[in-house]
Design a protein around this ligand. Structure first.
Ligand code: NAI
Length: 292
């Protein structure tokens, strides 16, 4: 496949906006689409303030920052993706919603375009099977936040071609990332290991083993993790963590992946983490409050 010149990113939430930012900062033209106009305007301001931070810390020059912002376009019309060489989906973690989108993208995108999903856990093979181009469907799993985290987990669906894999790896490396490759099993590599740990931290809180602060401090200082598991869950989004646990439970067929009732309860209550200002912890602007 020729070098990717223009990508489309679907979903302007925390991951989609970060992916769009990384791509434009590495010289790729980007269209960012979201159904929700508010999400698009939030994405626009968070990307430009993040790029300005890169400039003020001298990680990139002012000219490079300005060029990056110029390469980025926002659209509420998915049809604009007809000219994209490569499309990355980063919408809600629901198989049905993602499949609907892949059906639409398959119709809109040019025949050579690759369709990638940033899913944390959903089967790439099943997403691919909703399209007429399963050889050109792949998992491209960025870590949060995409502008900072070095890793991309590439997931091969059952029919993903070598050409699609090579083009995706080349794009990831062009974005300055390190690539690992996973076969298509629920949770892939990182979330298969990370999410049961986060779920176990919820069980420790639920059964009164310790306070949330002690659970997080224990894992930070005891195992040298930069964030405790409950803090990390708030950062990822409790809804995303719950969806992933459900995918692990269904896909790997083992009750050890059953989501903790406390995690379910928080999601039911709309305590989705940092993005809602409340999750396990309460947040006032950027700081974490000690309140429960
Ligand atoms: P988010 O909730 O911040 O953003 C999702 C966005 O998708 C929202 O702005 C929503 O309006 C939009 N959306 C929903 N349905 C849509 C549709 N049909 N068409 C266009 N836009 C639509 O979610 P987040 O955290 O960005 O997650 C997105 C994906 O990335 C999920 O698949 C998640 O599993 C994955 N992911 C999340 C990570 C995290 O730490 N939050 C890390 C790595 C992957």
């Amino acid at each position: 496949m020729a070098t990717v010149k223009r990508i489309g990113v679907v979903g302007g939430g925390q991951m989609g906006s970060g992916i769009a930012q990384v791509a434009t900062m590495h010289g790729v033209d980007v269209w960012l689409h979201d159904l929700d106009p508010q999400a698009l305007s939030k994405a626009s301001s968070s990307i430009s303030s993040s790029i300005h931070r890169f400039v003020s810390k001298s990680h990139i020059t002012q000219a490079k920052g300005a060029e990056a912002l110029k390469r980025l376009r926002f659209t509420s019309n998915l049809e604009d993706f007809r000219l994209a060489d490569f499309i990355i989906e980063a919408i809600v973690e629901s198989e049905d919603v993602k499949k609907d989108l892949f059906v639409k993208l398959d119709k809109i995108a040019k025949s050579s375009a690759i369709l990638a999903s940033n899913t944390s856990s959903i089967s790439i093979t099943r997403l691919a099977s909703s399209t007429s181009r399963p050889r050109q469907v792949i998992g491209m799993h960025f870590m949060n936040p995409p502008p900072v985290m070095k890793l991309i987990e590439i997931v091969r669906g059952a029919d993903t071609s070598e050409e699609t894999f090579a083009a995706t790896k080349a794009l990831a490396e062009r974005m300055g990332k390190v690539v690992i490759t996973s076969q298509d099993y629920s949770g892939f590599i990182v979330n298969r290991i990370l999410m049961p740990m986060i779920n176990e931290a919820f069980f420790a809180l639920y059964t009164g083993v310790a306070t949330k602060e002690d659970i997080d401090t224990g894992m930070k200082l005891g195992t040298n993790h930069p964030m405790g598991p409950l803090e990390l869950a708030d950062f990822i989004g409790l809804d995303v963590c719950l969806s992933i646990m459900r995918v692990l439970q269904a896909g790997l067929g083992d009750n050890k992946y059953a989501p903790c009732p406390l995690l379910v309860k928080y999601v039911d209550a709309g305590r989705l983490g940092r993005k809602r200002g409340v999750g396990v912890y309460e947040y006032h602007k950027e700081s974490r409050s000690a309140k429960s």
